[in-house]
Design a protein around this ligand. Structure first.
Ligand SMILES: CCCCC/C=C\C/C=C\C=C\CC(=O)SCCNC(=O)CCNC(=O)[C@H](O)C(C)(C)COP(=O)(O)OP(=O)(O)OC[C@H]1O[C@@H](n2cnc3c(N)ncnc32)[C@H](O)[C@@H]1OP(=O)(O)O
Length: 263
């Protein structure tokens, strides 16, 4: 792991941006159209991420569109981090809703093909991109809400956990959890810490040691998600919740985030 991290330290995000050319407004899949509302003013899309910014509310919707399962490949993670960085730098953006364009899947977690038969350099690059995604999301100074409209195992669950609030579709077929143990791997310590911070020590111990994947109702009971709503209400509820959070006086909902504020 130390070797992997050393390799990864040499890697520059800006270089990946240049290679990917992620700012094309015309990239992406034809079946995945922006859902612009009349009062929304801007949308930008790269091949795997769609960002719709509503300038009147300061709320952006970041939609993952990496078929078939929104796996976290190096290209996807790079586009994701760049999109989030752009929103972070946009003073008009105060909140980000993270969701999926794919039916039934929020994210399948790390792209397994990125970890199989690849060079140490590639593995280092990939692992750095995973860490960067988490750092950007977990340390964001914007309010972040995960609108979980499908299953979300392992790294997909980590993404949701890195947000301030989680709203999940109450579909009994969807599951979420850090199930690494069941895959024969140990969840990295920062996966564990993120889970502990959300559900507490005992629930995290059980969850990690058994590699549990929770149904939506069980995820709510455990505190892994904060709210269940009908599937067609996930995004609208996320939007309403965001509006409430952003209305907290003095932007204290942002300033009180223990992850980004030391006071
Ligand atoms: C490189 C250095 C790394 C160092 C690492 C050190 C420590 C790391 C430790 C742990 C970190 C782990 C975090 C992870 O996230 S690991 C990934 C875990 N994720 C999974 O195991 C998810 C597996 N997938 C599923 O459970 C189901 O696919 C899912 C519920 C998401 C969807 O089910 P559905 O029935 O709809 O679809 P499928 O037919 O199963 O899949 C369709 C298609 O997608 C491919 N696929 C699924 N998951 C992944 C994935 N994670 N990565 C890549 N590809 C994936 C699947 O193979 C199918 O492909 P095809 O057969 O149609 O070609």
């Amino acid at each position: 792991m130390a070797t992997l991290l050393k390799h990864s330290a040499k890697y520059a995000l800006s270089g990946r941006l240049a290679r990917l050319g992620v700012h094309s407004r015309h990239g992406g899949l034809q079946c995945l159209q922006p859902r612009l509302l009349p009062h929304q003013r801007s949308a930008s899309t790269s091949s795997k991420i769609l960002v719709e910014m509503d300038d009147s509310t300061g709320i952006a919707v970041l939609t993952m569109k990496n078929p078939p399962v929104n796996s976290l490949s190096l290209d996807f993670l790079t586009e994701f981090s760049i999109s989030l960085e752009k929103l972070e730098l946009d003073r008009g953006c105060r909140g980000v809703i993270l969701t999926s364009a794919l039916p039934k899947i929020f994210s399948a977690g790390l792209d397994i093909m990125e970890m199989y038969g690849k060079s140490p350099e590639h593995c280092g690059e990939f692992w750095k991109a995973v860490q960067e995604m988490w750092l950007r999301l977990y340390g964001s100074s914007m309010i972040t809400i995960a609108a979980i409209n499908g299953s979300s195992p392992a790294g997909g669950c980590l993404m949701a956990l890195a947000c301030d609030y989680r709203i999940m579709a109450e579909n009994p077929k969807y599951s979420i959890g850090l199930n690494e143990t069941q895959l024969g791997i140990v969840a990295p310590f920062w996966f564990k810490d993120t889970l502990v911070n959300t559900v507490g020590n005992r629930a995290a111990e059980l969850s990690l040691q058994l590699g549990l994947l929770y149904s939506a109702p069980d995820a709510l009971r455990t505190g892994l998600v904060d709210l269940l709503v009908p599937e067609d209400k996930v995004l609208s509820t996320a939007s309403q919740t965001m509006t409430q959070w952003l209305a907290i006086p003095g932007e204290n909902a942002i300033g009180s985030n223990p992850r980004v504020s030391s006071s």
